[in-house]
Design a protein around this ligand. Structure first.
Ligand SMILES: [Zn+2]
Length: 230
């Protein structure tokens, strides 16, 4: 990795960045920590450190950025607080989310009623399904079909993963991040999984046929079942 110029990474941005600044300032002790935070944040947001990947260890980051290990530790800790990084005992630190939006949304929607959140989630599902129908590749379809089958076989994790993939195929990361943040605010009853899985066949068919209208109709028919149990 080429060593970045820390000074060049300090910038002011949209309100989201300003909010991040204020949170970061509560967790870091100085300008240098904030600059390091920005560099690490950039690695995650840009996808150079992809979701699910392990980030370099503290000593490596310290050498790369020419700062103390405690400065690195502060910056990493802030990104953990923001839900972008995740420490795993005895393993290391991993990228949990590309942006802080899911965690921020989860925290900042505490004052809203579950019904209000559910309505917004419903509208996101109705946008994701036609998007997936338009964008899917043959490989995507195989993945979706496999999850559909596992869901029918009673695999509850696969039922949820079907929706994760559907949102990914929609190709709109904001849609996915909004959904992730909002879903963390509600409880989806695993008992509804069988009903949900049974409806995935129609959704997969529409997506296979690249039929956006049919995908929206199939999503409409089953999203209320999925979200009614919260
Ligand atoms: Zn479902």
């Amino acid at each position: 990795m080429a060593a970045p110029t820390l000074e060049a990474r300090t910038h002011s941005g949209p309100s989201y960045t300003t909010l991040l600044d204020s949170i970061a300032e509560q967790h870091t002790r100085g300008t240098r920590s904030l600059q390091v935070l920005r560099v690490l944040q950039d690695e995650v947001v840009s996808g150079r450190w992809p979701e699910g990947s392990q980030i370099p260890v503290e000593a490596e980051l310290s050498e790369w950025l020419s700062v103390s290990r405690s400065t690195v530790r502060e910056a990493v800790s802030t990104l953990v607080h923001l839900g972008m990084l995740e420490p795993r005992p005895s393993q290391g630190t991993f990228v949990r989310a590309r942006t802080a939006l899911p965690v921020a949304l989860s925290e900042f929607t505490v004052g809203y009623q579950v019904d209000e959140i559910r309505l917004l989630l419903r509208s996101l599902e109705l946008e994701a399904a036609p998007g997936a129908a338009r964008n899917r590749s043959e490989h995507d379809l195989d993945e979706l079909r496999a999850l559909e089958q596992r869901g029918m076989d009673g695999d509850r994790v696969a039922v949820g993963a079907f929706h994760d993939v559907l949102f990914r195929l929609a190709g709109n990361s904001l849609l996915s991040d909004l959904r992730q943040g909002l879903e963390s605010r509600i409880r989806i009853d695993v008992a509804s999984g069988a009903v949900c899985a049974a409806a995935h066949g129609a959704l997969a068919e529409a997506i296979a046929a690249n039929d956006a209208d049919a995908a929206r109709a199939a999503a409409c028919a089953h999203v209320d079942l999925r979200l009614s149990s919260v």
